[in-house]
Design a protein around this ligand. Structure first.
Ligand code: NOJ
Length: 591
């Protein structure tokens, strides 16, 4: 059947309502769209509750603060919120140390507040996605409190306990991710326990079926409350290999625990069970945080035979710390490497599976600093990155403040930093012979506090985040850069995000289209096509601070539909300029 005949037949059929809405889709677009799930067509907004909005004046964000600002998220067009942990916690790692998996921390509000958040979000067509931290708990958790008492209690085997080496030292030479040994001595038990992260975050023993059951029950508790899915924290570390020393990778004589334990064989057996017991058959999505899972592994992690709907795969985020290096040994990288890393994920999920697209989260520097040369114009860089984020294949994740173009901070002293990993990495840099000033440069670039400064709602004191003293200082650019000001300005980063989200929503090629990279060798331009049926979108983004020429043939016959710079030069991109082209309208096309 020719395309025209198909469209005529389609328009006469009972499902012609779509056509009335101005969305004449081609045959393959229809079938591709038919298979698409709700979480593949929406953007997800990530909230770090501590930094989002404080309604009590105690300087710490809370759940009522999130409810207060739901319309900001709605106006951006996101259909889900990934909420980083709000469970009871001593907050050694801002909630990633959970003392009770089925309760809300009083600093964030009450269970009634949480239920109201789910309801209020639902009214705006937004689903709440919880963060499951199942590799470890807090040492304050009653499970650990019991486990550590002796070697015979009912929870004795819920964590990972090992005897000291004959000389009394730790069972292995593994370095925790936050620095220092991954083993801490417990005098009560006369044994060491393992912690991939801080000593206050003991690793749970997934080999024990009772532990797995308790964790699954916690997840089911939140599903009963109507949540729309889960982000699953630090999941590649749940399976431990044999406990052996590794070859030291730094002057401290230790080896990164990541190198020794991430993605150990056998992990997928645990995860298949987890999927069957908790997620299977539900209208939710799951996204695993899977640092250490490589693109080549993705077919076993996502898609029909996988365990999650998506995983955060970090090769594009780790370009300067490729092998889990410490912050003081970054490696320079080129645009072609960033493109290759993103392509690898796109390729690995092309036929089967789906991926999240992300350039920020609460553990990363701000993307305008991370992915662009020093001195890049903040607003232009933010728009450039947004254009890639919202036109690549996959579910876009927008981290709070990214939609306003937030940038890194650079506070003078390590004492100004709250982030536990910044402090650990600062110590490592000093031990490696760097001066305090040099060590601070690494902290300025990589600190997780860059992403954790309070949201900037308006130009009132503390950016409208709190009436008290914020737990972390507000970025000093808030008077000009805040949600209220950007919502009023058609040329703001926020306005660009809103246009892109809407553009993505209304273009089948972006929702359901395939991906093909163009100009793979080009060190200035990231160029790619998204295609479904006869619908095609071309994205061109100049990542450099110089003009970049566009080979004429790739834009021939295409119509420029969005341009961050509107520079008027057909074949030249200005520094950091982002453009979107559509295939020129064809006869019979409704748009
Ligand atoms: C990854 C989380 O994103 C990070 O913030 C946390 O510190 C570690 N996992 C430990 O839970």
């Amino acid at each position: 059947m020719t395309m025209k005949r198909f469209l005529r037949k389609f328009a006469k059929s009972g499902i012609a309502a779509l056509a009335c809405a101005g969305m004449l889709l081609t045959a393959s677009a229809v079938s591709a769209e038919g298979r698409i799930k709700w979480w593949q067509t929406t953007a997800v907004y990530q909230i770090y509750p501590k930094s989002f909005a404080d309604t009590t004046g105690n300087g710490v964000g809370d759940i009522p603060g999130i409810i207060r600002h739901l319309d900001h998220i709605r106006s951006l067009g996101a259909g889900a919120i990934w909420l980083t942990p709000v469970y009871s916690s001593p907050m050694v790692d801002n909630g990633y140390d959970i003392s009770d998996y089925t309760d809300i921390d009083p600093a964030y509000g009450t269970m009634e507040d949480f239920d109201r958040l789910v309801t209020e979000a639902q009214k705006r067509n937004i689903r709440i996605v919880m963060d499951l931290v199942f590799n470890h708990s807090s040492d304050n958790n009653l499970w650990f409190q019991e486990s550590k008492q002796n070697r015979t209690n009912p929870k004795a085997d819920w964590y990972i306990w090992r005897d000291a080496k004959p000389d009394g030292s730790a069972p292995t030479n593994w370095r925790s991710i936050f620095g220092g040994s991954a083993w801490t001595w417990c005098a009560e038990r006369g044994q060491y326990y393992l912690h991939t992260f801080a000593p206050q975050q003991p690793d749970l023993n997934w080999e024990n079926p009772e532990v797995r059951r308790a964790l699954y029950d916690a997840a089911l508790f939140w599903l009963d409350k109507g949540v729309g899915g889960f982000r699953i924290d630090a999941i590649p570390y749940i399976k431990k290999p044999a406990f052996r020393d590794g070859i030291p990778d730094d002057a401290d004589g230790l080896v990164s625990i990541h190198t020794m334990t991430a993605n150990t064989p056998g992990i997928l057996d645990f995860l298949h069970e987890f999927k069957n017991e908790v997620f299977a058959g539900r209208d939710i999505f799951t996204v695993g945080e899977a640092n250490g899972v490589q693109p080549k592994d993705l077919p076993r992690w996502v898609g029909e035979n996988g365990v999650f709907d998506m995983v955060f795969e970090f090769s594009h985020m780790n370009l300067s710390l490729k092998n889990g290096e410490t912050w003081c040994h970054p490696t320079p990288w080129k645009l072609t490497e960033l493109k290759a890393a993103l392509n690898a994920t796109q390729e690995a999920t092309r036929e089967n599976g789906w991926c999240p697209v992300f350039f920020e989260n609460h553990d990363q520097p701000r993307c305008v600093n991370h992915f662009f040369p020093e001195g890049a114009d903040r607003e232009k860089a933010a728009k450039a990155m947004a254009t890639v984020l919202l036109t690549l294949r996959g579910t876009p994740f927008i981290y709070e403040g990214q939609e306003l173009g937030f940038s890194n901070v650079a506070w003078p002293s390590i004492r100004d930093y709250d982030d536990i990993s910044s402090r650990g990495q600062y110590e490592i840099a000093l031990k490696d012979g760097f001066s305090p000033t040099e060590a601070m440069k690494f902290v300025h670039f990589f600190s997780r506090d860059n992403a954790r400064t309070p949201m900037q709602w308006d130009d009132s004191p503390n950016a409208g985040f709190t009436t008290g003293t914020p737990w972390l200082p507000v970025h000093d650019d808030y008077a000009l850069q805040n949600a209220e000001a950007e919502a009023r300005d058609d040329r703001s980063v926020f306005a660009w995000y809103r246009r892109l989200v809407e553009f993505r929503r209304s273009h089948p090629a972006l929702r359901a289209g395939g991906y093909e990279e163009l100009l793979p060798e080009n060190e200035q331009i990231f160029a790619f096509l998204r295609t479904v049926g006869s619908h095609q979108i071309l994205t061109l983004v100049n990542f450099s601070l110089e003009e970049a020429s566009i080979p004429e043939e790739i834009i021939a016959g295409r119509k420029l539909v969005m341009d961050s710079e509107e520079n008027g030069q057909k074949t030249v991109l200005q520094p950091l300029e982002a453009r979107i082209y559509e295939i020129a309208k064809q006869e019979g096309s409704a748009r």
